[in-house]
Write a protein that binds this ligand. Structure first.
Ligand SMILES: *[C@@H]1O[C@H](CO)[C@@H](O)[C@H](O)[C@H]1NC(C)=O
Ligand SMILES: *[C@@H]1O[C@H](CO)[C@@H](O)[C@H](O)[C@H]1NC(C)=O
Ligand SMILES: *[C@@H]1O[C@H](CO)[C@@H](O)[C@H](O)[C@H]1NC(C)=O
Ligand SMILES: *[C@@H]1O[C@H](CO)[C@@H](O)[C@H](O)[C@H]1NC(C)=O
Ligand SMILES: *[C@@H]1O[C@H](CO)[C@@H](O)[C@H](O)[C@H]1NC(C)=O
Ligand SMILES: *[C@@H]1O[C@H](CO)[C@@H](O)[C@H](O)[C@H]1NC(C)=O
Ligand SMILES: *[C@@H]1O[C@H](CO)[C@@H](O)[C@H](O)[C@H]1NC(C)=O
Ligand SMILES: CC(=O)N[C@H]1CO[C@H](CO)[C@@H](O)[C@@H]1O
Length: 333
């Protein structure tokens, strides 16, 4: 009995040491790309304290609703008792909730929000909600933002609880979509709402400071009923290891065509939402094949394996790793 107990203790110490090392080694990636491709220097040891109080999240996280009746976006008024009823939200339509990454301001032109909003409203009637947590992130380092990601997730869960009348209505129509650190945020939302969310999509989930995290501290396949991941800058800004029920590796999942050689890889990182948005109206461009590796895929060893669409129209019955080459003439290059 004693021996076993000792063994566990030693193991715990080892685990702590290993993860401490992992965090300090993250100092290598001193540049973190914002969603729009701008490169920003960050030092892991930099001391920044947010002026925003933790309990105050709601005042600094904004929710913009986009529908076909009101394509310019309506800011949800949190003080309004009929917050959702006073907008053009329609409970008959699906809810697509979009979360940007660190410094990926949701309303600037080249961030995830306009791409995904345009994609959905182009094909049909949807309630697309973009979460803007930029103000909350503005005076924080990436490392602090990572800590605050869970508070943002709590706030999103609160708003979703209001929209769904305490998770009694429209729950089955919720789809959460997050890019980079936003992918981990939507994962946390799924955990908070006790895995009731039918679908969560992680677009190139952020790697810096998340690479060696336990599933409780990052997006994971258990966060929702179905979790799909698109990897476009694996081993650099994005995590390369499979994290979802299904994981897509377009063009191998590390680098993307039409991205000029870039030190930071931010173009590759942004391709995940370019592809996702385009998949909404052009699913045939993204047929992916179940395979063990990119090399095997290129060698044709998986030519007879199962296929499914990457992006919006993924077959939720399929699991595992899927590879594809994207066409050279995509609308979003
Ligand atoms: C971390 O990176 C920064 C920026 O490159 C550098 O100034 C600093 O010395 C590094 N710290 C450690 C502990 O390596
Ligand atoms: C939000 O709702 C509150 C309560 O109904 C109202 O007093 C306030 O004017 C609204 N704010 C805006 C910007 O419409
Ligand atoms: C949701 O739950 C809260 C707390 O239990 C309650 O006060 C509120 O009335 C409920 N709202 C609806 C719409 O059921
Ligand atoms: C790639 O670089 C070339 C030459 O610097 C430039 O003309 C082109 O616009 C760049 N393409 C993209 C997609 O950034
Ligand atoms: C696999 O499919 C590709 C594309 O259709 C083809 O070029 C290749 O020859 C096939 N490889 C094998 C081994 O059948
Ligand atoms: C997925 O599986 C369910 C249950 O086995 C089946 O009813 C459904 O048709 C399947 N969907 C697809 C797209 O194959
Ligand atoms: C895809 O391949 C993996 C093993 O690499 C396997 O576990 C999974 O069931 C496969 N998916 C399908 C739909 O065949
Ligand atoms: C997604 C999106 O709306 N992109 C637009 C950003 O702005 C440039 C230049 O105005 C447009 O060409 C893009 O279509």
């Amino acid at each position: 009995m004693f021996v076993v107990f000792n063994f566990i203790l030693i193991n715990t110490v080892l685990v702590v040491l290993v993860s401490a090392y992992a965090v300090s080694s993250q100092n290598e990636s001193a540049y973190i790309p914002a969603d729009d491709g701008e490169e920003l220097l960050y030092a892991n040891n930099e001391k920044h304290t947010s002026t925003i109080e933790e309990g105050n999240t709601a005042k600094h996280v904004f929710y913009w609703l986009y529908t076909r009746d009101h394509e310019v976006g309506q800011l949800l008024n949190r003080s309004e008792p009929h917050m959702i009823e006073s907008t053009t939200y329609d409970s008959k339509n699906l809810i697509k909730l979009v979360v940007h990454g660190w410094l990926g301001y949701s309303s600037v032109n080249d961030s995830i929000c306009p791409y995904v909003v345009n994609g959905y409203l182009r094909v049909g009637e949807y309630n697309v909600i973009c979460v803007d947590w930029e103000e909350y992130a503005a005076d924080m380092t990436y490392a602090t933002a990572k800590i605050r990601a869970k508070h943002i997730a709590k706030d999103i869960a609160k708003v979703l609880t209001r929209i769904t009348y305490n998770m009694t209505e429209a729950v089955d129509s919720i789809h959460l979509i997050g890019h980079s650190m936003g992918a981990h945020i939507v994962g946390f939302v799924g955990k908070i709402l006790t895995n009731q969310i039918p679908r969560i999509t992680g677009l190139d989930p952020a790697k810096p400071l998340y690479a060696n995290s336990d599933p409780v501290d990052r997006i994971d396949k258990t966060d929702g009923k179905f979790v799909d991941i698109i990897h476009t800058n694996g081993k650099k800004n994005g995590i390369y290891d499979p994290l979802g029920d299904i994981d897509f590796y377009p063009n191998g999942g590390k680098r993307q065509p039409n991205c000029n050689i870039s030190v930071t890889g931010s173009c590759n990182h942004a391709k995940s939402y370019h592809y996702f948005a385009q998949s909404i109206w052009a699913k045939e461009d993204f047929v992916a094949t179940n395979c063990t590796s990119w090399r095997d895929y290129l060698k044709g060893r998986c030519n007879n394996s199962d296929t499914t669409y990457m992006g919006e129209y993924v077959d939720k019955n399929q699991t595992g790793k899927y590879y594809l080459k994207t066409p050279v003439d995509l609308e979003y290059q």
